[in-house]
Ligand binder design. Structure first.
Ligand SMILES: O=P(O)(O)OC[C@H]1O[C@](O)(CO)[C@@H](O)[C@@H]1O
Length: 180
């Protein structure tokens, strides 16, 4: 089988296991009157930032943890934390602190029973292979299958939010950077 077909099959398999009720719970937490923070290490962080960018296009106030211009997080804010393994120490540290400060956490991980999965006020399980060995098996390196599937899953969440908030493609386009 070609590599393209094998990777497509892997992604299809993971996406077939996404629980849409978990996405609906995440949708409930993400509201326009809340500030949304995103968090993740390495490629998980890149997926989180892609999500943040799209939230901005839909009209949310959104920040990426670790950026120089990101303000302090406060009670009432929402933190979306992405970690395939759900065990990355630096991520867990931030999530635990945020929770102690009264922040609601959306955990995105391959394993609901991981430390991050258990910390989430709501948890979206994306069961793609990770470097920790969880999830649907993959021929791809490290957590690639998780990363790919998270990208699609969070784009589906953005689609849900844009429909709920009545944000059209043209409105999103008007918010898109015009400095590129
Ligand atoms: O998603 P996790 O398990 O927190 O791991 C993040 C790390 O894994 C990778 O995504 C892939 O190994 C790295 O880019 C990153 O450092």
């Amino acid at each position: 089988m070609s590599l393209v077909k094998q990777v497509m099959d892997e992604v299809n398999q993971v996406m077939g296991l996404i629980d849409e009720s978990q996405l609906a719970s995440a949708e409930q937490l993400i509201q326009k009157d809340k500030r949304i923070f995103v968090l993740g290490a390495g490629r998980s962080g890149l997926m989180a930032k892609g999500f943040a960018m799209r939230l901005m296009h839909i009209g949310y106030t959104v920040y990426a943890v670790g950026e120089t211009i990101t303000p302090s997080i406060q009670a009432g804010d929402v933190l979306v934390a992405v970690s395939g393994s759900g065990k990355t120490g630096s991520i867990l540290e931030v999530v635990e602190k945020a929770k102690a400060d009264g922040v609601k956490v959306v955990a995105v991980t391959s394993n609901a029973e991981s430390p991050l999965g258990k910390l989430g006020d709501t948890t979206v399980v994306v069961p793609g292979a990770t470097k920790a060995g969880d999830g649907v098996k993959s021929i791809q390196l490290l957590s690639t299958l998780f990363d790919q599937s998270v990208h699609i899953t969070l784009d589906i969440l953005c689609l849900m939010l844009s429909r709920r908030d009545h944000v059209s493609n043209d409105t999103a386009k008007a918010t898109h950077s015009n400095l590129e």
